[in-house]
Design a protein. Sequence first.
Lengths: 311, 370
Amino acid sequence: MKGTEVIFEDVSKFYGEVLGVNKVTLHIPPGITSLVGPNGSGKTTLMNLMTGLIHPGRGSITVLGLSPRDPEQLMRVTGYATQFDSAPRWATGMEFVSTGLTLYGYSPTEARDRAWQALEQVGLTEAAGRKVAGYSKGMRQRVRLAQAIAHDPQVLVLDEPLNGLDPLVRAETISLFRRYAAEGRHVILSSHVLQEVDLISDQVILIANGMIVAEGEIRGVRDEMSEHPSQFIIRCRDASRIASLLFCEDHVTEIKMNDDRLGLLVLTRNREEFSRALTRIALAGHVIDGVIPSDESVDALYEYLIGGGRA
Amino acid sequence: MTITKVQVQQAWTIARIEMRRAFLSKRGLWVYLLALFPAVAFFGHGLQMKFMEERWSRNGLTQARVVDSFTKGEKVDEILKRAPNPSFDHEWTNRREDEGDRDDKDRKTQPEEPQRRRAISYYDGQRVIDLRFTNGVLVEKHVRFFRDPTDDRRVFAVIFQFFYLRLAIFFGCLGIFMNLFRGEMLDKTLHFWFLTPVRREVLLAGKYLAGLVASTVIFGGGALLGYAAMLWPNTGVDAQAFIAAAGWSHAFWYAAAATLGCLGYGSVFLAAGLLLKNPIIPAAVILLWESINNFLPAALQKLSVLYYLQSLCPESALIDEQQPLLRLLLAPAAPASKSLAVLGLVLVTALVLWAASRAVTRIEINYSTE
């Protein structure tokens, strides 16, 4: 498996006395993986570490079995669209993408063809002949993405890739990520737009203060966090009675009744037990119209994890 | 580490890309001013010489043996009879007080005794002979070489060693080579290179090559242009003989010294750009060391780039004999042989580049601290 994963083993990085990340151990499989955390939490540090822009003070990193200290091999399988909003002053969009490709050994013609295809994928062909310095923020974001995908990498690392994109381009970009993931490649991205991460990610890594708070599938992460009360909305006709029955369960920590007395908001520490309790209640003849998990979005989970269990 | 064909191609690709930055950087336009200053100065001097020659020879040349025959006490008419076409002739009358009356403040100044003055100059093709007459008698004779190729070459040697090597190439290389990495850190574009499948050492080699080509073209070319501009107005037989005998060799060694200066200083400033954020500190330290070079004991003088560069110069820039204090303080070490100088510079450069290659593998992208 080592050759197909991005692996961090006990990695720490300090900027002088400032913590970047601390004792990070991760195994990132193919698919879309989102790094989620507040500003300064260490998302970009993790990305810079796995692409060799910075080096860990401790621990080891491998990307598909390759060391980030070996850019000659690593960057043939990795593309990284950074958040640094800069580009060489002299470069047009086409030059910006194709110049780098010549270092991969492509002939100038091949490099231009590949650059054109990449620009096509991000919808920038019309602006290909213009200087990147004159692009809008969204266009610069896209041209960086084009540069990252131009050599057809196996691992695509994207720092806040959806920032500044209009809805249409955003949808196209997400579809590009899904296509990459479907082909068995890694798409590792960071975002603070949690709804998007929730929708597109196969797995999520929650990071705060330089430490990994949780990782895995969103549902799996939730399950791991047994101390985190899951929140359910129950639609029922006999809310008072069902509330009293649920209160008898140890795992239920809080119940709120809707004003219309036709629904309950229940917080439980154990989803399995909660499920069994509901079955028992239903078998006892109480009518339950529906049960909806109300907090399975990343927002809720994230707020709970980062905010110290306030959810 | 073995060097592969792909790595060589990558280094050359990087060099070609970086040459644009090295040659055309707006920040670096002043480098051209430094490089072209001697050429412009000598070209201006040459133009002035041509203009003056045209003026002096407007009335024709006077034979050298004729102007040499003028002696003090001769009458102006006799001189004009032998040489009737002076290049310059001006006559005037002035009055001066009687020397014996100057101290007598109580007495009214005596009427001035009028004196007829005349200045005549001749040009024999190489020398200008200035004659001063008082009341028609030759009282002063000054001979000055209008053109002195030897003097021009000495001036060029002084400018080359004290301005070109010490300042122009030094600061030019500082601007070109420090910009290769440090400039990209400031522009926040260095990470683009680090995200390509290129070893950091290859990137360093490519960038160094770009800087070396640019600086060599600019400063080697500037040295040759300056040398050509210095020789240009010297059309005499002596000058032509010098050009035929040693002119090309001198031009080669001046260009070689400029190139090796770029090689040596370039490697130093490339490494400094990797290791230090502020170029002023290394520049000041190195400049100080190189500047005091001639005041140091001979053994220490050999630990500078300048010592080897000066050893390559075809003519020495002797300090004017009229500056005894400097002559007392300066104790130039015996120059190294040219082959030793080249070898020394290449070895120093290789050592510095090796240290730089170690540094570049450790460099991290952290623009926020720049």
